[in-house]
Structures are given as structure tokens and as C-alpha cells.
Design a protein around this ligand. Structure first.
Ligand code: ZN
Length: 332
């Protein structure tokens, strides 16, 4: 048993309460490797933003659970070295799909876990989420649960169509599960292809796809049912067209990749939405930077020479999100 407190991590409780009061959202950035972790911590330390390091089941297997725990511990120490005196860093399991996986993460130093029972029938989702929350709370680990289904693909999680969260269920669900935050579905989606072209309109000037707006009426109805309760948005990458263009220019093939416009996320950040998940955007930045080096310097074979630029571009991306989209800078 390793407590997250020994690693210097924090849970999400105070962080979310402050974010709701302050009208901003905490960035939840996924990571799988050292360069991504360095970029996240550098961006958070430079902007003094609380941050959630998010790991999916697939990422955990990719990195190795033991190595990962020490990476998180190292991240806290690295943040201090960068001059961030009291780093506010959460290590969070993204899309836990079983009690056993969540328990394993609680036991190995995670400070927050998500149990995703959203694909289960309502009563089964409640039973599973409650079981996880009951266990996690013994160790002061916070729990995110989900109601409603997001479309798209993320690691093992995928769904054809989205189903908006039903506001009439949220009180019952949060009370009976004891969850600390609730992931909802209001039209965000996993992956770099969040919408099919037929769901979008096209900007006549640029020819680019314009996605349908988020269902802010559903969000409002949920907040009315659960005033002040922490709400989470998954699948909230914006799929910056400059990265898509760079990838396509240097030999990639990402036709019509489209995400959530940043102005909509900025609006959501000011509400009870206090955690916004961003993964695809950093994958795109990483890939764009690597492709550029490969195309321009075909003789290059030192991984530092292409992972370094990728790290720089991701750092820039994370800072942009923190300052211009979520508003979480200078909050830690
Ligand atoms: Zn997700």
C-alpha cells in the first residue's frame, strides 16, 4: 500500500471547490511517456496552475504501473525544482472499468480515480460506482463517476453515438454513489474525429468543418439539480487545425479531424465544470513536431532531436490551454 500523500500528491476535493468558486477549470492532461509528463509539469509550474495528471488503463499498461508511480513522484519533485513551492498535482485514473483496477490504483498511490460505469444499466452503474467510492474514501482518494455516454474512441473506450446525461437522474446518482465529481455528456466526444462531416457545417471562407454546439441547456439543467457539484467534461480537445495542417503537410493523413471550439470550453470553464480532459491535442502536437523533423531532416536518428521539439510544442499547447481556455493560471 502506497499513499498518494507520501508521493506529495493531492486529491481533487479542495481543488474543485476552489475552481467552482473561482469560475475556472482544472486541466486534466493524459500522459504516457516522459516527454509528455515533463511538458505538463513545466507548463503547470510556469503558470502556477493546479493540474491533474491523467492515466488511462492502456497508458498504465504501456508505461508499467510501478514506473508510473515513481514518475508521478518525480513530477512533484521536478515541479519543486522549477520553483513551484507547493505543487498541486493529482494523479488520476482515467476511465477505470472495474472495481479491481480502481482498487489497485488507490493502493498504488493514485489520489483520484474515475469509475466509468456509463455503458452499464443505471442501477449497475450506481452499484459499481458506490463500491469504488466506498473503498477510495477509506484512503481519502476522490472518485469521478459518469452518467451519459460520449461518442468516439479513446483507448478501450468507444461508442458509436452519444447519449446526453439526463438531468433528472443526477441527484439520485450522486447521492447513492457518493461520488465526488460527475462526468457528463453534453456533446463532447473522444478522439481527433469528434464529429462526422454530416454532423457539421462548413465555413465557406476556410472550407473547414464547424462542429455542432455543446448542449449548454443540458449543463444548465444539471447545475440546477446539483448546485455547486463538480462537473467533468471528457473528450474536450479542440483539434487545433495548425497541428492537423502540419501533420498533413509532412506526410500524415488526418482528413477532416475536428474538435470542440475553445470558446465553448472557455464558457464551460466558468460554470460548475471544474475538470476538462484534454488528450488528443497533445497527441497531435507531438506527432506534428516529430513529422516536421523527420521530413526536414531525414538523416536525424537521435530521439532527443525529435522528441525534444515535440516536448516544446506540447509545453506551448498546455500553457495556452491553462491561460487562454481554462483560466487556471495563478491558482496554485
Ligand atoms: Zn474520457
Amino acid at each position: 500500500m502506497v499513499s498518494y500523500k507520501e508521493l506529495g500528491l493531492v486529491n481533487t476535493r479542495d481543488m474543485f471547490a476552489k475552481a467552482i468558486r473561482g469560475g475556472y477549470a482544472i486541466p486534466a492532461f493524459n500522459f504516457n511517456n516522459m516527454e509528455q509528463l515533463q511538458a505538463i509539469i513545466k507548463a503547470a509550474a510556469d503558470t502556477k496552475s493546479p493540474v491533474i495528471l491523467q492515466v488511462s488503463k492502456g497508458a498504465r499498461n504501456y508505461a508499467n504501473p510501478t514506473l508510473l508511480r515513481y514518475m508521478a513522484q518525480g513530477a512533484v519533485e521536478y515541479a519543486k525544482e522549477l520553483g513551484w513551492e507547493h505543487p498541486q498535482i493529482v494523479l488520476h485514473l482515467d476511465h477505470g472499468d472495474s472495481f479491481e483496477l480502481c482498487k489497485d490504483c488507490v493502493d498504488l498511490g493514485f489520489s483520484s480515480v474515475m469509475i466509468d460505469g456509463s455503458a452499464l444499466p443505471y442501477e449497475e452503474n450506481i452499484a459499481l460506482s458506490k463500491k469504488v467510492a466506498d473503498y477510495a474514501h477509506l484512503y481519502d482518494v476522490t472518485v469521478e463517476a459518469e452518467l451519459g455516454v460520449l461518442a468516439g474512441v479513446e483507448d478501450e473506450v468507444q461508442a458509436e453515438e452519444s447519449h446526453y446525461t439526463r438531468p433528472e437522474e443526477v441527484i439520485d446518482f450522486s447521492r447513492r454513489t457518493g461520488c465526488d465529481s460527475l462526468a457528463i455528456s453534453i456533446g463532447t466526444s473522444h478522439g481527433a474525429y469528434k464529429f462526422k462531416p454530416e454532423q457539421c457545417t462548413r465555413d465557406p471562407r476556410t472550407g473547414r468543418l464547424v462542429p455542432p454546439p455543446l448542449a449548454f441547456d443540458v449543463l444548465d439543467a444539471i447545475m440546477e439539480q446539483l448546485p455547486g457539484f463538480p462537473i467533468v467534461l471528457h473528450g474536450s480537445s479542440s483539434v487545433p487545425q495548425e497541428y492537423v495542417d502540419m501533420i498533413n503537410q509532412f506526410g500524415g493523413k488526418l482528413p477532416d479531424a475536428v474538435g470542440i471550439p475553445e470558446d465553448q470550453l472557455r464558457k464551460a470553464s466558468k460554470s460548475a465544470v471544474c475538470k476538462i480532459n484534454i488528450d488528443s491535442d497533445s497527441r497531435l502536437a507531438f506527432t506534428a513536431a516529430v513529422r516536421k523533423v523527420f521530413a526536414e531532416k531525414p538523416g536525424e536518428f537521435d530521439p532527443r532531436k525529435y522528441c525534444g521539439p515535440a516536448r516544446d510544442l506540447m509545453t506551448e499547447l498546455y500553457k495556452h490551454k491553462i491561460i487562454n481556455v481554462l483560466g487556471s493560471d495563478n491558482k496554485a
